[in-house]
Design a protein around this ligand. Structure first.
Ligand code: FDA
Length: 305
């Protein structure tokens, strides 16, 4: 119920205005978002890489409604990739891209041209791109774009969401040599017709998908903070003899940093997903919806003002 309310608020421009102008927002945002500028992204990336983590950077933005906005997002990624290479942070750092930020909602061709330009720049910088996955209405078109991109940029990664009923079959499809698949639970509000609704069903689906990916020929990226799923990932890594070159754990910036460090200490490859940019509202609301403790953190920041 609370999750639904917060996810509904994430689409409300009135609530967005309220939250964005509230004095407490800066502290809350800073915990989950690297900062507004490219330099902030580089600073945080440098620190994480220094701690033995790999990084994927997300330039926040999902409400792109004009070609100029879409092109500006593309240009920011091009600048970021150049800066990462100049700073010697590739290939440890790669980028994650939302097609909606590149124009997918109003012009699929434009979104494709933009993401292709980003893949070309990533290639030149010696690193990779992963396509984030958004709500289920975009899954087919995002996977179509993936197939086209992989012809020229075979290491382009995809995200599959365990809450979708179709995902087991998508995992089978993508568990092939050279493919990089990030498996997450899924962060959007989806109808029962397409998605499992109970946490237990989602977790069970995650394990089925994890088994398919870990026993397949691709490179699984297990994106979760869930201790039980991480333990199952560690178990399957032993079972299928996958070392740090064979798969990685992924977690979000600001969430369970001590667990990220523990896994690095155990010799696992761990990648932190680092969002940066001005357009943090939708991202922050999804994080708050996921976990009551994040809400408590939010409430404490409000109370301390
Ligand atoms: P969940 O939120 O169910 O938490 C399970 C358990 O983890 C909790 O009970 C607790 O024990 C522990 N935990 C969680 N948060 C904690 C915290 N703050 N402190 C301490 N313990 C905590 N989604 C999407 O739809 N499309 C996408 O492209 C992506 N991309 C993506 C990349 C990466 C790297 C990650 C990690 C996640 C995504 N997601 C995503 C988000 C994903 O779908 C999901 O919403 C969140 O990761 C939360 O799910 P968890 O698996 O962490 O479990």
């Amino acid at each position: 119920m609370l999750r639904s309310v917060i996810l509904a608020a994430s689409r409300s421009t009135r609530v967005e205005r309220l939250v964005a102008t509230a004095p407490f927002s800066r502290d809350v945002v800073r915990r989950f978002v690297a900062g507004a500028r490219t330099d902030d992204a580089l600073r945080v990336t440098r620190a994480l890489v220094g701690d033995g983590l790999a990084v994927t950077l997300d330039n926040l933005g999902e409400d792109t409604v004009t070609p100029d906005q879409a092109n500006a997002v593309r240009d920011e990624y091009l600048t970021l990739l150049r800066s990462l290479a100049e700073a010697g942070l590739t290939p440890a750092a790669e980028v994650s891209v939302k097609l909606s930020a590149l124009g997918q909602a109003f012009d699929e061709h434009l979104a494709y041209d933009n993401v292709r330009a980003i893949c070309t720049a990533a290639d030149a910088a010696g690193t990779t791109v992963t396509l984030d996955m958004e709500d289920h209405t975009t899954t087919d078109s995002t996977l179509d774009v993936l197939v086209k991109l992989r012809k020229d940029f075979p290491s382009t990664g995809a995200v599959l969401q365990a809450y979708l009923r179709r995902t087991e079959s998508d995992c089978r499809e993508l568990a092939s040599a050279g493919s990089r698949v990030r498996l997450c639970k899924g962060a959007y509000k989806e109808p029962e017709s397409v998605a499992y609704q109970s946490p237990r069903e989602v977790d069970k689906s995650y394990v089925r998908c994890l088994n398919i990916l870990m026993s397949g020929d691709g490179f699984p990226m297990l994106a979760t903070h869930d201790p039980r799923l991480i333990a199952i990932g560690e178990d399957r890594a032993r079972w299928f003899d996958r070392g740090p070159d064979g798969f990685e754990f992924q977690m979000l910036y600001g969430i369970r940093p001590e667990e990220q460090a523990r896994l690095v200490g155990e010799g696992y490859a761990v990648r932190t997903y680092v969002p940066y940019g001005d357009d943090w509202y939708g991202y922050l609301m999804r994080r708050l919806a996921e976990r009551p403790a994040n809400l408590a953190f939010f409430a404490r920041a409000v109370a301390s003002r």
